[in-house]
Design a protein around this ligand. Structure first.
Ligand SMILES: NC(=O)CC[C@H](N)C(=O)O
Length: 229
């Protein structure tokens, strides 16, 4: 059986946490019946262009997007990452700083802006809820992505200096799949567009494996579709 390689960009941030939940999600998928054939997965940390070239799919973790961007540029990873997302259309998921990296534009960035990867036709507002001490946990309804069986209870979203999506291009196929209902207004905190998925919050900092399971299934489906074309 072929092996599907899923990378986690390991420049900085919540790398190990994602890898650990990916392993648990893989175990879940292998132990539950599924209409699609689940391959063997290999989860790797990605720090080089060579490692990226081995990946069928990629997670960009939370952390600090300005740092991630500078280091990715120094490692010569920025252009290969853009190619991976926007030319090869491989499945990519960004959490928090990862969502910022995947946006086509970001506000509240330092003067001169920061280099982004893009792939999601959205503009994000960084640090929407303030600093680290204003971090919070909130129940989210993710019924737009989770199946009925998996959506029996809300998802506990962990928000740490989180960005939100403030503008999006619906015509380009950006779909809102999660909102946070705050006191004054609703914020968009999960979006998908084709091969790209982004969340403002950190599922990897919970014990809840549901989004990783959903995303790995999507990866398998996307690879299958590619094979048949
Ligand atoms: N937890 C996080 O990933 C924080 C993201 C950070 N505020 C940024 O814009 O990069």
């Amino acid at each position: 059986m072929t092996t599907t390689t899923v990378g986690v960009l390991a420049i900085q941030g919540g790398v190990i946490e994602h890898i650990s939940l990916l392993h648990r999600a893989s175990e879940y998928l292998h132990s539950h019946s599924s209409p699609i054939k689940i391959p063997n997965f290999r989860f790797i940390q990605v720090r080089t262009v060579l490692q990226l070239s081995e990946c069928d799919a990629l997670i960009i973790p939370g952390g600090e997007s300005t740092t991630m961007s500078i280091v990715a540029q120094r490692l010569g990873l920025l252009e290969p990452l853009r190619q991976f997302v926007k030319v090869d259309h491989k499945p990519v998921w960004g959490t928090c700083a990862g969502l910022v990296m995947l946006a086509s534009a970001a506000s509240a960035t330092k003067q001169g802006g920061q280099e982004l990867i893009g792939g999601l036709d959205v503009k994000v507002l960084r640090n929407r809820y303030g600093t680290q001490i204003q971090s919070f946990v909130a129940d989210l309804d993710l019924s737009k992505i989770l199946g009925e069986e998996e959506n029996q209870k809300p998802f506990r979203g962990v928000f740490i200096r989180a960005p939100v999506v403030e503008e999006l291009d619906q015509e380009k196929g950006v779909e809102v799949v999660g909102v946070y209902k705050g006191k004054e207004k609703e914020d968009i905190v999960a979006v998908k567009q084709g091969n790209v998925f982004g969340t403002s919050f950190h599922p990897e900092l919970t014990e809840d494996v549901r989004i990783h399971v959903w995303w790995l299934r999507r990866v398998v489906e996307a690879l299958k579709e590619k094979e048949s074309t």
